[in-house]
Design a protein around this ligand. Structure first.
Ligand code: IVH
Length: 675
């Protein structure tokens, strides 16, 4: 193929890829499979490799790449990024309107535009001649940080603007002109789904890394990564809500239409209101539905729809008079911190935890909340005896939002993290924000690693939870995970917890894991910094345990997503005398199945709940098929469930799934996934 032909083919491929990206990431529709799209991208990449001077910055291949940055450049915003005043009650909205009508008379009866207030991070995207030129964070509103390389990894952000949807003829004409030559700024929110938030935190926890307090923190932390590969792995999303460019529009609602026509995701629930009564009931309706939204929202933004009027109302301090954040009643409550304890995790990470006077928040009793780490305790200045505001991050994880210092009793003391491990007494080591017990023999760490070994992502031993493992350890029945496989029914039956049946079931469950896939095996070892994604990458690269054991630091570091620290940790693990001995012992009982090619067992780490009866297979068969493809099966529906398989006559799990917004699939779809 000569260069001219290549150019034509490249253009065609880019168009098709971009079209499917838009369908999938913006419109939430899929017409071709992920595999087919990947293979188109691969075709394009091959051609661009042959003709590198045909690569352009808006090519779909340019969504990730480039070296990790040392720091972000500070850039001044062309137009300052303002913030919004908050209102919580309808009366405050009525007041806002009467205040405004004193500034500009027409404001009293003006139409209002209401849209969701997504809880993420504000971002400005600048397109020059239709191509994404720069992405800036809000920063202090005047000066933001240049995160262009990271923004490119967000599939919902177009790298090139095209007119895709319906717009008036006049707007289309202007748009065509400005896309060809001119500057367009789109502003919006970088966000992450509640589900991805839970997933990333679970991963982080397993790998002994920092836990994020809420989806907003995670979105912000992800877009501000110096290494864009990490940003990409977080699967961020973007919703646009403001347009700075003159298309002849006169209303804010038109800007939403234009943004949508330019290929951005915009809020589908946004609406124009002519009276306050319907605005208030709209907000109430959204509030009652919001726990089922994929994304965290913390209110609605109400703006004067007429842009000219918005401008005439002006700005007070950093907030425009023409818009207001009408916040939801928060899912929060106040309570008292009765104690602060520290827990030692599997990787030795020390986590301070607040023991709370139990409170009901969003229908659940909360009695503990993580305080994350020392820096976070300092930031909030949390002390025993404090009255605090507790919420639930991503509507799930209890989270201390604020300390009410006015209510602090006298004589409280600042909380200090221990210098030594509370369990084994080893001197603690500080790694960034994390304090760690580095004693590999620490009994608390050991206990946690056994829990981890049996857990769903790793060996997935049915019924073997922390309580039973505690009983085994405390009664001297096991020393390490390998000993689990030598347990006999008779040996464990005398333990209080077992009736005859469950002792038998536990032994059966343990024995059934004596043949185990490589990914689960690697995860089960509990190597520091090795979470699910890394275990998958390792299994894919090395295919056998032997090859992984023999891998050099360089071999390990050559894997994309495995950096120096992770490579070092893996390499050291396999060379530690104690670990070597454990591995030898474990392998006497367990046979590790080598990975064949792509191990990404299609259902890896996906959690299924079965309800109702299936026609073509029994429940047990369904369970073992899911597990064979590396998926998990759970009995109860929660926000961590990925799929509920509904057979005929589904039970209450079906209702729960609907309520939580968990994806429900029927038998036909389920069978397709197993194929
Ligand atoms: S309008 C004049 N619309 O809320 C300010 N903001 O406190 C223009 N936000 O920093 C913002 N969703 O990060 C607007 N639909 C929406 C929004 C939204 C989320 C955030 C944004 C801003 C903060 C305002």
């Amino acid at each position: 193929m000569d260069k001219i032909e290549a150019q034509k083919q490249i253009e065609k491929l880019r168009k098709v890829i971009n079209h499917h990206r838009y369908l999938y990431h913006v419109l939430d529709r899929q017409e071709i499979s992920d595999e087919a799209l990947d293979s188109l991208k691969h075709e394009l990449k091959k051609l661009e490799d042959r003709f590198p001077d045909l690569i352009t910055p808006d090519s779909p291949t340019q969504r990730v790449g480039g070296k990790a940055l040392k720091e972000f450049k500070k850039v001044r915003h062309n137009v300052p990024m303002l913030s919004l005043e908050d209102a919580f009650l309808p009366e405050e909205i009525t007041d806002w309107i009467s205040r405004n009508s004193k500034v500009v008379r027409d404001a009293g009866s003006a139409a209002l535009f209401a849209e969701l207030k997504f809880d993420g991070l504000a971002m400005s995207l600048i397109y020059i001649d239709g191509v994404l030129d720069r992405a800036l964070t809000r920063g202090d509103g005047r000066i933001g940080e240049d995160v262009t390389q990271n923004a490119r990894t967000v599939e919902a952000i177009p790298l090139r603007l095209e007119i895709r949807g319906k717009v008036s003829e006049a707007v289309r004409k202007e748009a065509e002109k400005i896309i060809k030559k001119g500057v367009i700024e789109a502003r919006g929110e970088i966000i992450i789904t509640k589900k991805n938030f839970a997933k990333v935190n679970a991963e982080q926890k397993k790998a002994g890394k920092q836990i994020f307090a809420n989806p907003r923190n995670l979105a912000a932390g992800s877009i501000r990564q110096l290494d864009s590969a990490i940003t990409k792995s977080r699967r961020l999303d973007f919703h646009a809500y403001d347009l700075i460019a003159d298309f002849g529009q006169v209303l804010h609602s038109e800007e939403h239409e234009i943004l949508s026509a330019l290929g951005f995701k915009t809020d589908e629930k946004a609406k124009i209101f002519h009276d306050l009564k319907s605005l208030f009931s709209y907000r109430e309706k959204i509030e009652s539905e919001r726990s089922r939204f994929e994304y965290e929202t913390d209110g609605i933004v109400v703006s004067v729809d007429d842009n000219d009027l918005f401008g005439r109302l002006g700005v007070v301090g950093k907030t425009p008079r023409g818009a207001i954040a009408f916040k939801f009643t928060p899912h929060e409550s106040t309570t008292v911190i009765e104690d602060i304890i520290v827990q030692v995790g599997r990787t030795g990470a020390i986590t301070p935890v607040a023991v709370l006077r139990p409170v009901q928040i969003g229908g659940v009793t909360v009695s503990r909340a993580t305080l994350h780490n020392e820096d976070e305790i300092k930031r909030l200045d949390t002390r025993i005896g404090d009255t605090v505001i507790v919420g639930r991050a991503g509507d799930v994880i209890p989270d201390i939002k604020k300390v009410l210092k006015e209510l602090r009793p006298r004589n409280t003391e600042e909380f200090r993290m221990p210098k030594k491990c509370p369990v084994c007494g080893e001197e603690l080591k500080r790694e960034g924000v994390i304090l760690r017990c580095i004693n590999p023999k620490c009994s608390a760490r050991h206990r946690e690693s056994l829990y981890h070994f049996a857990s769903r992502g790793a060996f997935d031993i049915d019924g073997l939870g922390p309580k039973i493992i505690d009983a085994f350890l405390d009664n001297g029945l096991i020393q390490d995970a390998a000993d689990l496989f030598a347990l006999k029914e008779g040996g464990i039956r005398p333990l209080e917890r077992f009736g005859e049946k469950s002792a038998e079931n536990i032994i059966k469950a343990i024995q059934s894991r004596r043949a185990i896939g490589l990914v689960r095996f690697i995860l089960g070892l509990g190597i520091l910094h090795v979470g699910e994604e890394t275990a998958l990458d390792l299994a894919e690269r090395f295919a056998s345990l032997k090859a992984l054991q023999n891998a050099s630091r360089d071999d390990l570091e050559a894997i994309p997503n495995v950096g120096g620290i992770v490579a070092e940790s893996i390499h050291n693990w396999f060379r530690d005398a104690h670990n070597k001995e454990f591995l030898k012992k474990l392998l006497k009982y367990v046979k590790v199945e080598n990975a064949r090619g792509k191990t990404k067992g299609r259902l890896f780490a996906k959690t299924f709940v079965l309800t109702g009866s299936l026609r073509s297979l029994s429940r047990d068969e369904a369970k073992s098929k899911i597990r064979a493809l590396a998926g998990n099966v759970s009995e109860a529906v929660s926000s961590k469930t990925d799929f509920v398989v509904a057979g005929s006559d589904p039970g209450s799990k079906y209702e729960k799934a609907k309520k939580l917004g968990v994806k429900i699939i029927d038998e036909k779809e389920f069978l397709k996934m197993l194929r």
